[in-house]
Design a protein around this ligand. Structure first.
Ligand SMILES: [Zn+2]
Ligand SMILES: [Zn+2]
Length: 561
């Protein structure tokens, strides 16, 4: 049994390009912060992500670059894994779906079982076909107007409103490879009759935590009736379906993802030698939390839930679904193809990881699109971290080196000290709550940490006159220092999910033993004298970002005659 455990999953990235800051700002950094917050409080938590090799966008990229899909997937999967490491995203084994035998065995077994049980079925329906390219069109290969919101949408799902389409219901459809208008040809695919599962899915979603925007999407989709979804497509890239009637087809990659999560969980259990993880998807004592961008909402809320219920009605579905909106760059969407992007690895090459994670947390597009702006990034890094946190903490540690560590405040503190500590506890509890799935808001956590840091600065300036007395401070000033020490300790604890390196350095500098962990202030594990770190906690990043900004498109200079 996995009592008290949390398994966090985030939509596996598509290896069709380097990850830009928009990718990192959403599910991946958020999921990592939740896992770290759980561990901070002594609870077991793991993150699984994986790599989504079989996306049609990989095949389209390969066609455009005249490379093999395998080569494209491998190149970018390597980059993505390096980036996760660079960004300090503590993910378990990232199964690459095109390479992993475990992934492929689990996925095949899953769909074979569904077919055997009659829960997916062959069905012949019209689908778009490009006469020029002689190709069945779906997903990345086709685009048109979304019937729900009217925005330009690719096949199968609309990025703007997050709702599925059948490809043949797109208005003014076009082949994304050649621009031709597709014909409709009959094709026999395996179909998941999702509509049959709508009551069960509705009952599950009513119990799970959903953000308000997910709740309204779910209400609307359930009200309109769920569409039946093909889980195989006649195409040349993807995991071969190898099931009766569709031997020449590939599994639909978004359907493959559901058993893919199960495979990743098995890989995690094996990598850790801890069988308690292995049955996470059937063990209700494991809490599963799913992170994804809102544009992928339908896959996780409906397609995956439907597939999992069809696989085993006793499945342990996610207890919480945490979403983000798009992170924009200078007012428009990050775009790999238009090179309108800040590449995450380039930014992490020049700016410390914790600083990037802090700015992404402050700017996290939690309920609305937010915007990356170089001046704002520099202001947050330089004015806040290098301008406030670093000088206060450096100064506090220098004073502690002279006066000796005051130790943790006693639980029985009285009067003004008690009132200060109560306020600190209140802010800290709110901050900790901002790391829970149902109130997840790194934005709020950063605002609260900033408020806590300012409390520390106020204490420091209140007793500034005492500094002229060397180490012979009066009792009230020593008490002030004790409260300041407690404030810094709280900051180390609360910053650990967002800025793990900074938190660990501060924890050690304050003289605390072991890894950063959540404790009552009366039981901080002080085991030695405080000592300032060798370098400042944060330095200015001014000027570091300029070379990373996208260059305006070159235009041909006018000829002067
Ligand atoms: Zn739409
Ligand atoms: Zn075409």
């Amino acid at each position: 049994m996995g009592e008290g455990r949390t398994l966090v999953t985030a939509t596996p990235p598509t290896p069709n390009g380097a990850l830009h800051l928009g990718h990192i700002s959403g599910p991946y950094s958020g999921a990592d912060m939740l896992v770290r917050a759980e561990r901070l409080q002594g609870r077991e938590a793991r993150l699984i992500i994986g790599i989504d090799d079989h996306q049609s966008y990989v095949a389209v990229k390969a066609l455009n670059e005249q490379r093999s899909s395998t080569a494209v997937a491998e190149t970018y999967a390597d980059e993505i894994e390096r980036l996760f490491e660079q960004a300090n995203i503590a993910t378990g084994p990232n199964l690459r779906s095109h390479q992993s035998d475990l992934h492929q065995t689990v996925v095949h077994g899953f769909f074979a079982q569904l077919l055997e049980a009659g829960r997916i079925e062959p069905r012949t329906e019209p689908a778009p076909f490009c006469p020029n390219c002689e190709r069945y069109l779906f997903e990345a290969y086709v685009a048109g107007d979304c019937q729900h919101c009217g925005e330009d949408s690719d096949g199968n799902q609309c990025e703007a409103c997050a709702r599925p389409n059948s490809c043949i219901d797109l208005g003014s459809p076009r082949c994304n490879l050649c621009g031709a208008t597709p014909e409709n040809h009959d094709v026999t695919r395996l179909i998941l009759p999702l509509s049959q599962w709508s009551d069960r899915i509705g009952a599950h979603l009513a119990k799970a935590y959903l953000s308000p925007q997910l709740t309204s999407l779910a209400e609307r989709m359930l009200g309109d009736g769920l569409p039946d979804i093909p889980v195989t497509h006649p195409t040349d890239w993807g995991l071969p379906a190898a099931l009766p009637g569709v031997t020449d087809q590939r599994f639909y990659v978004w359907a493959e993802m559901a058993p893919g999560y199960i495979a990743s969980t098995v890989a995690l259990a094996r990598a850790e030698g801890d069988p308690a993880w292995e049955n996470a998807w059937l063990d209700p004592s494991v809490r599963i939390v799913q992170f994804f961008g809102f544009d992928n909402a339908y896959f996780h809320l409906f397609l995956h839930a439907g597939l999992m219920l069809a696989w085993n009605e006793a499945v342990n579905l996610p207890a919480a679904y945490v979403t983000n909106e798009f992170y924009e760059l200078e007012g428009s969407k990050f775009s790999t193809s238009r090179r309108h992007a800040i590449w995450a690895s380039e930014l992490l090459d020049v700016v410390p990881t914790d600083v990037v994670r802090f700015v992404l947390a402050v700017d996290r597009p939690e309920t609305a699109r937010t915007n990356f702006d170089r001046e704002r990034f520099e202001a947050l890094a330089d004015d806040e971290l290098a301008g406030h946190w670093s000088p206060w903490l450096g100064d506090l540690l220098a004073r502690l080196a002279v006066t000796g560590s005051p130790g943790a405040p006693p639980d029985a503190a009285q009067g003004d000290s008690r009132r200060y500590l109560d306020r600190l506890d209140e802010l800290s509890e709110l901050c900790l709550a901002a790391y829970t799935p149902s109130q997840f808001s790194p934005q709020l956590a950063c605002r609260l940490m900033t408020a806590i840091e300012r409390e520390g600065e106020r204490l420091a300036s209140s007793y500034a006159r005492e500094r002229s007395y060397g180490d012979e401070w009066v009792p009230s000033a020593r008490e002030g220092l004790r409260l300041e020490f407690a404030t810094a300790a709280r900051l180390a604890q609360l910053a650990a999910p967002i800025m793990p390196d900074f938190a660990a350095v501060l924890w050690r500098a304050l003289g605390m033993a072991g890894d950063v962990r959540w404790t009552g202030l009366g039981s901080l594990p002080v085991d030695r004298a405080a000592a300032p770190p060798a370098a400042p906690f944060f330095s200015s990043v001014a000027g570091q970002l300029e070379s990373l900004m996208p260059q305006p498109q070159q235009t041909t200079p006018a000829v002067v005659t």
